[in-house]
Design a protein. Sequence first.
Length: 539
Amino acid sequence: MRDSYLAARVLDALLREDYGDISAQITRSREGVGLTLSDGRLVRLAPGVPFQDFVVAPGQLLGLEQVLDTLAEIAPEEDADGVKAFFDECVAALAALDSHDARLPDVLARDPSYETLAAFADHPGYPTARARPGVPDGEQAAYAPEFGPAFELRWAVVPRRDLEPGSAELPPDVLTWEPDEPRSEPSDEAHPPAALPAPHPSATPFPVHPDEVLFPVHPLAVDEVRRAGGRVLDEGRGTVRPVASMRAVEIGPRTHLVLPLPVSVLGTRDRLRIEPGRLGAGARAESLLRELADDDVLVAGEQEYAGAGHDCLAWMVRRLPEGRRIPVTALTQPHVEDGLRSAEVLGAYVRVLLRWGVRLLVEYGVVPEIRWHEVALVLDDHDADVCRPVTVPDEGADRGAEVRRRVKVLVQGHDGVLVSPARLAAAGVTVPELPEWMLTDDPHALTDAFVTRMLHLGTAAIVFALLPAAEAAALLRRTLEEALHPYGELAMARLLRARTLEAVRLTGRPWLTTGTLASEARLEARPPRMSGPNYLRLT
């Protein structure tokens, strides 16, 4: 069944992005809408709410080989290398899915954290994200977050002269954290506390020469670090767990350590390496977002970092707020408490994120990065019962008001923020020093980023997974209208309204085409674009 599941996800992605003009093969008849594969098989299609016109209809059993043969037939010749790489991804993704299914009872028996549960959720835009090219065969269960593993960090010694400007010393709590640290969320009935395995018994860091510095290294990056000239120590120290995005490991209840990996996630181009200078840009972007944050938006601290001039020699300590932290993608999993998946909690989350996102865009020309596994709900420690049904005695009262008061949203991973220097300066805010790819004064580029990040990935993918389609659309439409209302006829508000609430179609991001399939030459010559039906107008 996993073969058919993955085959449908791949075919859905090809249809969504209209790769190779595959939509030209769609037929319509009295029996309905269908697509003919390369072997002559007619696949029934159904409306593709929310992101595309059509998807594989429920009950259609496909073979992955059938779909890949069709891909090979429609792909432009110049994309041959990307198609071959994607074939390999499909094989790896299928093996990862089968392995996770086989190990799922054991993972659940170990009382998985919310981070582990969030990693169960497949990416809504990239069909083979579980492939993770770069992870050696047979080692997914040792390092991929959906398996809930724990492993020892490795360490490398780097010449101090190689440090990039702005690099910090490793904080003491990273070098010598205590045994038996609790998990990242406080105790509650469904998820009682559990301990990380104890780190190495020595409480002192490895001794290094004053002209050298110590860098934590992910086990998967050891060979790359050695090739980069780092002296990797033979001994591991410090037991950690990967968080849902695999971009970081958990070393304490409010501390993550972000480390580069020679691994790709959303296509061969989406590498989890850390380019020199990127962490400094992220730190400056974090300061900006913190300055502009609403009261119910929490911005993760990303000011402590170091790099040594190579994309596998870097680290960043992420400081997280107090409270019970639940990655929003965990809400899509049936293993999470029903109360957390309620309409009240969803409504509170959508309201916080969209209201803030609209304010940032319209007033300042800023669009935060929203990554699938990183945005999270945060509940105060004393509000652990927020997931239980909310009782409002008055018939006319707002049943979501009490939940909204108690739900906050955490954003993290700030190195992808998009900023308009002109709009920020006009608002009287100091423009941070950021790389060129994080800057644009093009209002259309800013609104497109809002749609793909805040609307599609940040809210719609979650809401449509949990609510009936009409109810999900109404929640998003109503919340966006409320967020835009105070800005009346301001130019950016009018543009955002035109590109969302009033649009016939919504812009989208062609994850598969840009992530793996298309050649570099084709991407440079004409970046692919895509659009989908406007689910905000669904009734």
